[in-house]
Design a protein around this ligand. Structure first.
Ligand code: ADP
Length: 454
């Protein structure tokens, strides 16, 4: 096992990884920016080092500072968390070149999946279903031809895109060229790669993703699916496991497909294969996230498997602790991402000091967070305060528990998305579980109508 693990991240995910290391008995090294000196991950780690100023580019993305901290502190492994360097093939390779184990897949697997157009080509060659689409666009006429044949709407996507950025929906041919140009410009600006391609845009599918674990010895298992259809601007708000739309037969089919996806790139580590599921239960590979995901905790709740612990074990060369036959999914779990944002003002970020904080608790309630009373939320990073997860034997019980926990949660001093979730969890469509990725738009429309009637 590793002697010491450096966590190249901040916030709740740094705390999550430190907790797993502590349970295994591995000392940890936290790194932090000047703006994060008071963050919980700094005080929970065995050692902590400031690696740069507030700007991520000079701290959490500063490879020389991170690598030298690992070498000086004697860390023999680096956990990248999610975001920041977690999907950087170059960083994974630089770690290896310095004799430090990157806790994640190989640079080559990250590269194969990180480029969406390339990942689609790989899947096509392995007979994994993908949405109809093009390769990289270099010719507007070829693009027009595809769209005419597939039918509008289509979606133009940056091949290097992520986090809901670099995507444009196009409804008619006269909007196509302009959107390709805009998408290319954005892609260059955000991802330093102007490559874009086109996919058929499915109208209101479900976003279903499968958690997989793959070790060095060729074992690959799936831990069931998560339904992440409730999104705002293509970013997830509420996740649940299992999906209310997936039965045992489809679950097995999705799971086995996800395992084939992982094997196609000789994947090693924990990962998530994302699919779109249509109304007729057809599913299409969308992308693979080659890292730990924000919403991994709800899968832990229904599978009783500590995904971060497995991830560390895999990186250390140990075999998976479970085989597919051992995996039994039990009950239902829901997660709400609580952000420091004002839902009444179009989710505007609300940085500042949390002057009062009481987290909910009780049976089946889990709060993963790095904040506490008196903590000041820096304005430089993402606005997540915590992940509130609830587990119960059935979906309805988990939903009611979530409502209870949301009502119990006190966060004062900054605006939060708590009131938004309190309403959403009680929504009749959410209660029925019959939503898709068009949920939020429909929900907002219904809310507006209700307000008009009042
Ligand atoms: P990112 O890498 O930025 O997360 P994804 O490719 O995973 O982007 O897509 C994010 C979301 O965008 C999906 O969950 C889905 O809601 C929507 N989406 C993406 N591609 C399509 C498509 N072809 N048809 C319909 N919706 C799509």
């Amino acid at each position: 096992m590793f002697k010491k693990v450096l966590i190249a991240n901040r916030g709740e995910v740094a705390v999550r990884v430190i907790r797993a290391c502590r349970e295994i008995g591995i000392p940890t090294v936290a790194v932090y920016s000047e703006a994060d000196a008071d963050s919980l991950h700094v005080s929970l780690a065995t050692e902590a080092y400031c690696i740069g100023p507030k700007e991520s580019s000079k701290s959490y993305l500063n490879i020389p500072a991170i690598i030298s901290t690992a070498l000086i502190s004697g860390a023999d492994a680096i956990h990248p968390g999610y975001g920041f360097m977690s999907e950087s093939a170059a960083f994974a390779e630089i770690c290896e070149q310095h004799g430090i184990k990157f806790i994640g897949p190989s640079g080559s697997a990250i590269r194969k999946m990180g480029d969406k157009a390339q990942a689609r080509a790989t899947m096509l060659s392995k007979d994994i279903p993908i949405t109809p689409g093009t390769g990289l666009i270099d010719n507007i006429n070829a693009a027009k031809k595809f769209c005419k044949k597939a039918g509008y709407p289509v979606i133009v996507k940056a091949t290097a895109g992520g986090g809901g950025k670099g995507m444009r929906i196009v409804n008619a041919e006269n909007e196509l060229e302009e959107n390709i140009v805009l998408c290319k410009t954005e892609a260059q600006k955000f991802f330093g790669n102007s490559g874009v391609y086109i996919e058929k845009y499915l109208v209101n599918p479900r976003h279903i993703e499968v958690q997989i674990l793959a070790d060095r010895h060729g074992n690959v298992v799936y831990l069931g699916e998560r339904d992440c259809s409730i999104q705002r601007r293509h970013q997830k708000l509420v996740e649940e496991a299992p999906s209310p739309a997936v039965n045992d037969k489809i679950r097995e089919k999705l799971g086995k497909t996800a395992v084939r996806v992982a094997k196609a790139v000789k994947y090693e580590g924990v990962g998530t294969v994302e699919f779109l599921l249509d109304k007729n239960n057809n599913f299409y590979f969308m992308e693979m996230n080659t890292r730990l995901q924000v919403e991994h905790g709800i899968t832990e709740l229904i599978s009783s498997i500590d995904i971060v612990r497995e991830q560390i074990n895999i990186a250390a060369g140990l075999p998976l602790s479970v085989s597919q036959r051992d995996i039994v999914l039990k009950g239902h779990a829901i997660e709400c991402r609580i952000n420091a944002e004002n839902p009444a003002k179009n989710f505007m970020p609300s940085a500042g000091v949390i002057n009062g904080y009481v987290a909910p608790g009780g049976f089946g309630v889990r709060v993963d967070s790095h904040v506490y009373s008196g903590y000041s939320i820096p304005p430089y990073y993402d606005s997540m305060i915590s992940k509130l997860m609830c587990w119960a034997p059935t979906r309805e019980e988990a939903r009611r528990r979530m409502y209870r926990a949301l009502k119990e949660y006190v966060i004062t001093g900054v605006e939060t998305t708590l009131p938004f979730y309190q309403d959403l969890i009680e929504d009749e469509v959410f209660i029925k579980g019959v939503f898709d990725t068009g949920f939020l738009e429909d929900y907002n429309r219904r809310k507006e109508e209700q307000n008009k009637d009042k």
